[in-house]
Design a protein around this ligand. Structure first.
Ligand code: PBG
Ligand code: ZN
Length: 349
C-alpha cells in the first residue's frame, strides 16, 4: 500500500508517477476535456447519488385527528397513523429504501414507559405501515426515551443526572417491543455506554436474531437539533445533553465510539449531524469500512429551506450538492428530511 504522501506525489507527477498513472502536464494534459458535456462528466463521476442512498425520518403522534405541518421543518409533518402510511407508500414508490419513525406519545411520565407499551405509537406505526408496504421499505424505529419522559432526557434520571445502566434496562425492553411490532432495525440514539451490547443481547434472548442495529455511534451535542426537538416534543426540560452526547471538538473519540459500537454488535454505524462533521464521517468510513450512515439533521435542513425561501439559494441544487457531499465523505446511506424531494428529483433525471 502506498502512503498518502506517495499517492499525492504520484498524482502531482512526482517520483511515483511512472506507475501507469499517465500523468503529464499542460499543454498535453487538459483537465477540462472531460468536463465538456453531461455524458463525459457522468463517465468520470466518482460519487453518485440515487434514491437508494436515502432514508426518511418521519414523526408520528398519538391521538392526532389530522397531520400537523411543522413550521420549524417546512414540508414535514407530525403524522397520524393514516398520513404516515400514505407518506411511506409514496416514499416506497420513489425508490427510497428505508424510513425511520419517531413517536410522540399521548402521555409522558418520569420513566418514559409509553416507549415499551405494546400499543405504543411507534409499535402501532410499525404494524400499520408493514401491512401496507410489506417488504418494499425497511422499517427503522429510533430508540430513545426523550420523546417519552416528562423531563425530556434520553434516559432515566437519578437526581438531575441520567443513570446510564438503569437506562439500558429500559432500552432493552423498548428494543424487544419494537422487534415484536416488526421493526427491521432499531436505532438507539441516546448515547448511553453499552447500549448496543444491551440491545443486541435483549434481541437475541427474545429470538430476534435478524433484527439489526443502526447505532447512532458518533452523535454530537449539537445546536442543529433544535427544530427536531419542537417536532418531536423532546426538548430537555432542564439542563442539556452534553453529559451523554459528544463534544464537538473531538474526532479521535468518535473513532473510539464507533469501534466500541461495532464490537458490541452494531450492523450500521451513524455520524450525526452530517455537514459540520464530514471530517468525522470520512475518518469513520476510512478506518472501519463498515456500512456507514450520516444524519443530515433538522437544523441543516431548516437552514437550506430558510435561505431558499428568501431566494438566496437554488434549493434543488443546494439540496443535491449537500447530499452528494455527504456521500462523497463516506456515507453509504443518508438520513434526510429531503429524502422524498431528492428521490423525486433524481428520478426525473
Ligand atoms: C434524540 C434525537 C435527536 C435527534 C434524533 N434523535 C435530538 C436530540 O438529541 O435532542 C435529532 C435529529 C434532528 O435534529 O433531525 N434522541
Ligand atoms: Zn433522546
Amino acid at each position: 500500500m502506498r502512503t498518502r504522501g506517495e499517492v499525492r506525489s504520484a498524482a502531482l507527477g512526482g517520483p511515483a508517477a511512472g506507475e501507469g498513472a499517465g500523468v503529464s502536464s499542460f499543454p498535453r494534459r487538459r483537465m477540462r476535456r472531460l468536463r465538456r458535456t453531461d455524458r463525459l462528466r457522468e463517465m468520470v463521476r466518482e460519487t453518485t447519488l440515487a434514491p437508494s442512498h436515502l432514508a426518511a425520518p418521519l414523526f408520528v403522534k398519538e391521538g392526532l385527528a389530522r397531520p400537523v405541518p411543522l413550521d420549524v421543518l417546512p414540508g414535514q409533518h407530525q403524522h397520524t397513523l393514516g398520513s404516515l402510511v400514505d407518506e411511506c407508500s409514496r416514499l416506497a414508490e420513489l425508490g427510497v429504501p428505508a424510513v425511520m419513525f419517531f413517536g410522540i406519545p399521548a402521555r409522558k411520565d418520569q420513566a418514559g414507559s409509553a416507549a415499551w407499551d405494546p400499543e405504543g405509537i411507534v409499535q402501532q406505526a410499525l404494524r400499520v405501515v408493514r401491512a401496507e408496504v410489506g417488504d418494499r421499505l425497511a422499517l427503522i424505529a429510533d430508540l430513545c426515551l426523550c420523546e417519552y419522559t416528562a423531563h425530556g432526557h434520553c434516559g432515566v434520571l437519578r437526581g438531575e443526572a441520567v443513570d446510564n445502566d438503569a437506562t439500558l434496562e429500559a432500552y432493552r425492553r423498548i428494543a424487544v417491543s419494537y422487534a415484536q411490532a416488526g421493526a427491521d432495525l432499531v436505532a438507539p440514539s441516546g448515547m448511553m455506554d453499552g447500549q448496543v451490547a444491551a440491545i443486541r443481547e435483549a434481541l437475541d434472548e427474545g429470538g430476534f436474531h435478524d433484527v439489526a442495529i443502526l447505532a447512532y455511534a458518533a452523535k454530537y451535542a449539537s445546536a442543529f437539533f433544535e427544530p427536531f426537538r419542537h417536532a418531536a416534543e423532546s426538548a430537555p426540560r432542564f439542563g442539556d445533553r452534553r453529559g451523554y452526547q459528544m463534544d464537538p471538538g473531538n474526532t479521535d473519540e468518535a473513532l473510539r465510539e464507533v469501534q466500541l459500537d461495532i464490537a458490541e454488535g452494531a450492523d450500521i454505524v451513524m455520524v450525526k449531524p452530517a455537514l459540520p462533521y464530514l471530517d468525522v464521517l470520512a475518518r469513520v468510513k476510512a478506518t472501519f469500512g463498515v456500512p456507514t450512515a450520516a444524519y443530515h439533521v433538522s437544523g441543516e435542513y431548516a437552514m437550506l429551506r430558510a435561505a431558499a425561501a428568501r431566494g438566496w439559494l437554488d434549493e434543488e441544487r443546494a439540496m443535491l450538492e449537500v447530499l452528494l457531499a455527504i456521500r462523497r465523505a463516506g456515507a453509504d446511506l443518508v438520513f434526510t428530511y429531503f429524502a422524498g424531494e431528492a428521490a423525486a428529483r433524481l428520478r426525473r433525471g
